[in-house]
Design a protein around this ligand. Structure first.
Ligand SMILES: [Zn+2]
Ligand SMILES: [Zn+2]
Length: 373
């Protein structure tokens, strides 16, 4: 029998995908080895086009962070067992810093988060002594056990795979702002993060206004249940938002999903007095900044502007409850527009770049996992 290997997706140069074999990864206590069954595409199509990387977060041979799979190996004393179906959350927890102690998102951990010196995913590989397995675009992943969550009976891999950057980080965003039934929510700059906000806001009974231009994506928002679509280029776009929101004269919450000042400015204009903004979008490698007018835009408006990445650990159980909801599952089925075996990832990235798509799933083992298990 040939020695098992780990097949890993690489992007050696813009516009080129190559699958390469690495030694089968080992695990140390505290880690589980997971057979990756679905690896959703997040921002990797931009890397495929531009070769622009997030510093210390990815490179040409270390890509992907979202996924679901099946545990294949654990160390003695593990609370997991081979065969367990799991969601893999991104990041790593030091367990000592404020974000870790309070159960916030590990992407903001002082040690392993985006500002930390020992960045997660690379840290997984270093800790286990491997040169693969830390990232999602691979057949096998090495994952700290506290970054795994069992998928309950009755939840398919396909629906569970929305727990990362589609419905998961957006769950934490709407929860952080406290979106409630009847609130007006503005979603600005629509990609799959925007779709995730629409799904979460509808699940909470909010009134959803989408600010966007791409006809394909606007139609998807309608099908996901957005109540109003407003074109941000219309000279009267703000008037339209004011009419929709009535006496409030603006939205309660705005979610900025693009990272561009064009939409950041519109979010600040669209919120009501004491309104709140949550930024989820960013443009890798861009130095473009929003010229915030502190008096007019923050103080006089009494605005709150926050932002963040990823799913808070404290939110994982309620996120699962949401993913078990049948109307949410129907929305995920609409949102996931394309699925490809990992060997055809170049086609998947090309589709993503057309923006005529929702979320795209890759299958690292080439075959889709059983839908309901
Ligand atoms: Zn992501
Ligand atoms: Zn920490």
């Amino acid at each position: 029998m040939s020695k098992p290997v780990n097949t890993v997706l690489t992007i050696p140069r813009p516009g080129e995908v190559r699958l390469v074999d690495r030694p089968y990864p080992r695990i140390i206590p505290g880690y589980a080895l997971v057979k990756a069954l679905i690896a959703p595409i997040c921002i990797e199509h931009q890397i495929y086009r531009d070769h622009t990387f997030e510093e210390d977060s990815n490179d040409a041979e270390h890509l992907g962070h979202e996924g679901v799979g099946e545990v294949v190996e654990v160390c003695e004393g593990s609370r997991f067992a081979p065969g367990d179906r799991v969601i893999v959350y991104q990041g790593k927890r030091c367990g000592k810093c404020v974000p870790c102690l309070r159960g916030y998102s590990p992407t903001h951990c002082e040690l392993h988060g985006k500002i930390g010196p020992d960045r997660a995913h690379y840290s997984h590989e270093r800790a286990c002594g491997n040169n693969s397995g830390g990232f999602a675009f691979a057949k096998y992943r090495t994952v700290p056990e506290d970054m795994l969550q069992r998928i309950p009976e009755g939840l398919s891999f396909r629906h569970a795979a929305a727990a990362n950057c589609a419905c998961g980080c957006t769950f934490s965003a709407v929860e952080t702002l406290g979106v409630a039934t009847g609130d007006h929510v503005l979603v600005a700059g629509i990609g799959f993060i925007g779709f995730g906000i629409v799904i979460n806001a509808r699940y909470r009974g909010a009134k959803v206004i989408v600010l966007g231009r791409n006809p394909y994506r606007m139609e998807m928002c309608r099908r996901l249940g957005a109540h109003h679509i407003v074109n941000p280029d219309s000279p009267d776009w703000q008037q339209q938002v004011r009419e929709i929101t009535g006496f409030k004269q603006g939205v309660d919450h705005a979610f900025e999903c693009s990272g561009y000042p064009y939409y950041q400015q519109r979010c600040l204009s669209a919120i009501r007095q004491y309104g709140r903004i949550y930024s989820l979008g960013f443009v890798p490698g861009s130095d473009e900044r929003y010229p915030l007018h502190v008096l007019d835009e923050l103080l006089n408006k009494h605005a709150t502007w926050t932002g963040g990445h990823d799913v808070d650990v404290n939110h994982r159980d309620r996120l699962l409850t949401m993913l078990l909801d049948e109307s949410v599952q129907r929305s995920i089925d609409l949102m996931v527009t394309h699925e490809f075996p990992m060997s055809r990832a170049a086609e998947a990235f090309e589709v993503a770049l057309t923006k005529r798509c929702g979320k795209i799933y890759l299958y690292p083992h080439e075959e889709p996992p059983n839908r309901v298990h």
